[in-house]
Design a protein around this ligand. Structure first.
Ligand code: NAD
Length: 309
């Protein structure tokens, strides 16, 4: 087994790796950047572990016959070319549920932060404006009670976000091609257009696929209320960032909180960093201590299940 970018999961002295070590002998590289390095490092390996790396078609077709399994140490496997893997008879697995609660809780944290402009309140306080209370009153500061939470993608993480939203007294609009019963009058399945028009907070939880790339774009942003906020804890390319910047600058959208960006790691020249109504975090939804422990254990389960056929 080779772990191509182990730095991404922050091998940490405090985590217990024993199940992972029992499941397989492995070589780890902190970071593998180029395709040449990947090809060199997978030689003779049966299992290749990746974390949100781009493993495209051309690369997979050049993989040696020894490679039997690509194991994504994460939930989204949008970066791995599944057709090419199938063609080479390489199995691909992911870890679907290790950070479900964490990501859902981050999404609802963002909703609460945006509703009270907490990031702006802190910034103003940092600048020493403690006495100027009128300043604090000028930034948006609303309750979430009774507001509409629009969830695009009502799967595992979407459902955690919804549960938290319901606990806060929010009404929920869900858009998902596969509706599931909720048994709660505060939850309604709607089409995307209706969700965009009626939500106060729009939270993205669908996977990144060709059909969902740039699902938030100029056209869809034209439908939202100017007082609405966007939350993205799923994948950066679900949002056309240039269109988002434009909407935020022109007041078509009140603000956004983004754990994921179109290009990661986000570079300082990303215009989103320069907007007051934006909160950005460096793809941390999955990264809480307990989630990482679960991740290692579940990667071990995947490898063991594969080796046992
Ligand atoms: P899931 O498969 O349980 O749920 C995805 C849901 O999206 C499904 O219900 C599916 O029917 C729905 N969907 C598919 N196409 C859609 C569309 N066009 N419109 C609306 N809904 C659509 O997955 P999950 O565990 O909830 O994870 C969701 C995503 O979260 C992952 O794909 C991953 O990209 C992202 N994620 C991010 C982090 C992070 O660190 N920020 C961590 C884990 C997962």
């Amino acid at each position: 087994t080779v772990f191509l970018n182990s730095a991404k999961v922050d091998f940490d002295q405090k985590l217990d790796y024993s199940k992972f070590e029992e499941a397989t002998e492995f070589t780890k590289y902190d970071d593998t950047v180029t395709d040449e390095q990947i090809l060199e490092r997978v030689q003779g390996q049966e299992v290749v572990i990746t974390k949100e790396m781009s493993i495209g078609r051309d690369l997979i077709l050049k993989f040696p016959a020894s490679v039997k399994l690509i194991c994504e140490a994460g939930t989204g496997f949008n970066n791995i070319d599944l057709d090419a893997a199938k063609q080479k008879n390489i199995a691909v697995c992911n870890v679907p549920s290790y950070s479900t609660e964490s990501v859902g809780h981050l999404a609802i944290t963002f909703v609460l932060m945006l509703s009270a402009s907490l990031h702006l309140q802190q910034k103003m306080l940092d600048k020493g404006n403690y006495d100027n209370f009128s300043k604090y009153l000028q930034v948006p500061h609303y309750e979430v009670l009774g507001k509409n939470l629009g969830v695009i993608g009502g799967g595992a993480i979407g459902r955690q976000t919804i549960k938290a939203g319901l606990a806060l007294g929010m009404n929920v609009l869900i858009c998902d091609p596969f509706p599931q019963p909720w048994g709660d009058a505060a939850v309604q399945y709607v089409q995307l257009e209706e969700l965009l028009k009626n939500s106060d907070f729009i939270s993205l939880h669908c996977p990144l696929m060709p059909s969902t790339k740039h699902i938030i774009n100029k056209e869809t942003l034209n439908l939202v209320k100017p007082s609405a906020y966007l939350v993205n804890t799923s994948r950066g390319p679900l949002v056309n960032e240039a269109d988002l910047v434009e909407a935020l600058k022109t007041g078509k959208l009140a603000g956004a909180a983004l754990d994921v960006q179109e290009v990661e790691p986000a570079t300082p020249d990303n215009p989103l960093f320069h907007l007051d109504n934006v909160i950005m975090t460096p793809h941390i939804g999955w990264r809480r201590f307990e989630s990482r422990q679960r991740l290692f254990n579940l990667v071990a389960v995947n490898i063991t299940a594969f080796s046992q056929g």
